[in-house]
Design a protein around this ligand. Structure first.
Ligand SMILES: Cc1cc2nc3c(=O)[nH]c(=O)nc-3n(C[C@H](O)[C@H](O)[C@H](O)COP(=O)(O)O)c2cc1C
Length: 114
């Protein structure tokens, strides 16, 4: 296992992704790790949107100034602050479920095991 120092030193941004499916179990583990981040009074106000939809990822690529990896990654996870910005600009033909912030919240609740 890496020491904290080693983990900090080897960490880097990844901008190319294999198209492999990412299992829900792994996503849940990542969200659980994110949930444990420190927050004021430990209120854990996190909300995450887990995006697999190709059309939505395509739109994210456009919004993110044509950064290809936004579309290439099999899954994109967006935090609440970004969701508030992104939801109004998602494709108009997105389903209500995709565009609703309560959907994002339920994704988090499920993902965080709450
Ligand atoms: C607030 C913030 C925004 C960032 N935005 C982008 C981005 O839009 N595209 C990108 O490729 N990297 C982005 N990065 C990653 C940085 O470019 C990257 O951390 C930096 O180049 C150092 O490289 P490293 O993470 O591999 O050590 C962002 C990092 C932070 C902290």
């Amino acid at each position: 296992m890496l020491s904290v120092k080693e983990a900090i030193e080897v960490r880097r941004s990844i901008r190319h992704f294999r198209p492999d499916e990412v299992p829900d179990k792994l996503i849940e583990q990542m969200l659980e790790g994110a949930r444990l981040a420190p927050s004021g009074s430990n209120i854990q106000p996190w909300r995450f949107l887990v995006i697999r939809d190709k059309e939505v990822k395509k739109e994210l690529r456009r919004i993110c100034l044509e950064q290809r990896f936004m579309e290439e990654a099999p899954v994109v996870i967006i935090d609440k602050t970004t969701i508030d910005y992104i939801l109004p600009v998602l494709p108009k033909n997105s389903s209500k479920d995709r565009r609703s912030s309560s959907s994002a919240a339920s994704t988090c609740t499920q993902g965080c095991g709450g």
